[in-house]
Design a binder for this molecule. Structure first.
Ligand SMILES: O=C(O)c1ccccc1NCC(=O)[C@H](O)[C@H](O)COP(=O)(O)O
Length: 218
């Protein structure tokens, strides 16, 4: 089985091109003011234009998005998928999917098996799941973000788990550990942000290429 990768938190034309050329299946753009990766919807629109319709899925990454943000994203960037990385209920995920007309990736913060079980309540409303490390509260820096922190969880919590939706493993992945992470978790999809950066929000083209090459070998 081929593992597919999402490069998250892109913000420049150069790194979008590197991720696309390297075979990323998903390109993620973050809309969250406190993130060092935050971009405006109009910026994301310009960034995705060169790759639109070329076989890569564009993802708008949000946290408890209100209707105004959903509408603005659909009027500008027109993502293929909306990722929700907050405390969205199944009802809210359904509303976002219906309002936007695109599929939703529901993200879950994981530190225990019970956290993974949360996904079962979303099987009829989300198109895909993303399991990320639970952020450590109150330490400032990127650790105060809901995602993109570089924190890991126990990959074996996903081992042998079957879902009716494709799922991502995320959290602390990088070019050197992604092979082991895929082997331990069995995840069909992987996601990375800070593991391909040279500083907060600064994606490194060489690390993006190295990550995608490692995924191909996984
Ligand atoms: O990346 C962010 O800054 C971010 C901010 C707010 C919500 C979600 C965010 N990222 C979501 C992602 O999908 C990240 O790729 C995922 O959390 C993994 O990040 P990392 O551990 O840095 O690889």
């Amino acid at each position: 089985m081929t593992t597919k990768a999402k490069i998250c938190g892109l913000s420049t034309p150069e790194t979008v091109k590197t991720a696309f050329d390297g075979g990323a299946a998903y390109l993620g753009f973050v809309f969250f003011a406190r993130s060092p990766r935050n971009v405006e919807p109009e910026t994301a629109q310009r960034l995705v234009e060169p790759v639109r319709g070329r076989g890569v899925a564009t993802v708008a990454v949000t946290v408890d998005p209100d209707d105004a943000l959903v509408d603005r994203l659909m009027a500008t960037m027109r993502p293929d998928l909306i990722q929700v990385h907050g405390k969205e209920t199944p009802t809210r995920v359904r509303e976002i999917a219906q309002r936007s007309g695109v599929g939703v990736i529901k993200a879950f913060s994981v530190s225990t098996a019970a956290d993974v079980d949360q996904a079962l309540a979303y099987e009829t409303v989300a198109e895909q799941f993303l399991f990320d490390a639970r952020p450590v509260e109150g330490q400032g820096g990127t650790s105060s973000l809901p995602g993109g922190t570089g924190a890991r969880f126990d990959w074996s919590l996903l081992e042998g788990r079957r879902f009716s939706r494709p799922h991502f493993l995320a959290g602390g992945l990088d070019p050197w550990n992604v092979g082991a992470a895929v082997a331990a978790s069995g995840a069909p999809l992987v996601d990375v942000s800070s593991g391909v950066e040279r500083g907060p929000g600064l994606k490194d083209p060489a690390l993006i290429t190295a990550f995608l090459d490692a995924v191909k070998r996984a």
